[in-house]
Design a protein around this ligand. Structure first.
Ligand code: AMP
Ligand code: MG
Length: 346
């Protein structure tokens, strides 16, 4: 007994190691808990390598990605892709089913029209005719996945896949898997507003994360992610709520991430696939789930569904979330009430 106590007092203490890189066009931060700097470094490297690989495979803007190969072959032929791409697309379709098409990974032709797909954020408002025309190519039920052949086919020529609404959460899942293989007991991966954590910090508390205030100022610029405690970029003044993340993922979708203002109206990057215009019932949606892809896909889909249907969907799925509606009123699912600290009213 005495010997064991002696041994444990000699054990190196757990420390927190953190590193940020720009990947997936945003700031990614990986934090791991380990007694060894070497192990921590290897785990962080493994996590970033996974995110980088997914970026290569899923990048809508890259001519060399598997997503682009599928898009180019729409209406012509199935395309053989990696397991990771296949699974990511299958998960996107799963979210589309859950949200009854409010999340639709074939929304790309409409996003292109609005100009939210490129570097420029402001473009003329497209005509109703053009929007109607682009909507003809939006239908996730026309994505055909052949699991055994590892092939994907978009049935209609002109269809395009864009996994922008789910890729970061999925990448956080994959990064956490990679980190775990290095024997790490606790880590947090934050890719913009898509955050996944597991284990306890050296102070034996779960990770605490904040949710960005969706209205920092009228022209608030997009912000990198952060967690309370100084990581990532945002400060305490930038958040409106915080909570403990216990072996879970949280994703936030907001109308402040990519947008332009015209005649006092906000046009942003989350598009209602039934209408072809930015969804406007809510301004911020956060979803908590064990899976990053689920939190990410649902936060985007629920942004489109709106407050009432969104809360109903979360509760029917046994999931939790926080929604800020267009009146800046905050709604929290029943089970989460009492676990969220509202730091300021909006
Ligand atoms: P997020 O920040 O996760 O909410 O994702 C926003 C991104 O998802 C946009 O930049 C688009 O690439 C894509 N997107 C926009 N509207 C939809 C939609 N209704 N369904 C699926 N993806 C969407
Ligand atoms: Mg999302």
């Amino acid at each position: 007994m005495f010997y064991m106590l002696f041994l444990s007092s000699c054990t190196k203490r757990d420390r927190i190691f953190t590193e940020s890189r720009t990947l997936m066009y945003t700031s990614c931060t990986i934090t791991v808990v380990s007694p060894s700097e070497k192990t921590a470094g290897e785990a962080i490297e493994a996590g970033f390598a996974r995110i980088e690989r997914l970026e290569k495979l899923l990048n809508f803007f890259s001519p060399d990605s598997e997503i682009t190969a599928i898009n180019r072959a729409s209406g012509r032929s199935p395309v053989k892709v990696s397991k990771e791409t296949l699974v990511a697309i299958a998960k996107a379709v799963e979210i589309a089913d859950y949200t009854n098409g409010a999340f639709d990974p074939t929304i790309a032709p409409v996003i292109r029209l609005w100009g939210f797909s490129g570097k420029s954020q402001e473009s003329p408002i497209p005509s109703a005719d053009k929007i109607k025309d682009a909507l003809r190519f939006v239908d996730y039920r026309k994505i055909k996945i052949n699991m055994s052949a590892s092939e994907v086919f978009l049935e209609k020529k002109g269809m395009e896949l864009d996994l922008g609404g789910i890729a970061k959460g999925y990448a956080a899942d994959m990064a956490i898997e990679a980190i775990k293989t290095k024997g790490i007991k606790a880590a947090l991966v934050a890719i913009a507003g898509d955050i996944k954590g597991f284990g306890l910090k050296p102070d034996l508390k779960p990770w605490r994360v904040g949710i960005q205030n969706p209205r920092l100022s009228d022209d608030n610029p997009p912000h990198p992610p952060f967690t309370k405690g100084g990581m990532g970029g945002l400060s305490e003044e930038d958040i409106f709520a915080s909570l403990y993340l216990k072996d879970k993922a949280i994703s936030t979708s907001g109308d402040y991430q990519r947008f332009f203002m015209k005649d006092g109206k906000r046009y942003h990057h989350i598009i209602d696939p039934r209408k072809g215009y930015s969804a406007s019932d809510v301004i911020s949606v956060s979803v908590i789930s064990s899976d990053g892809y689920m939190a990410d896909g649902l936060s985007t889909g629920i942004f489109v569904l709106g407050r009432e249907k969104g809360i109903r969907l979360l509760e029917s799925m046994g999931l939790n979330g926080i929604i800020v509606d267009s009146n800046k009123e905050i709604f929290i699912t029943e089970d989460l009430k009492g676990e969220v600290d509202i730091e300021k009213t909006l």
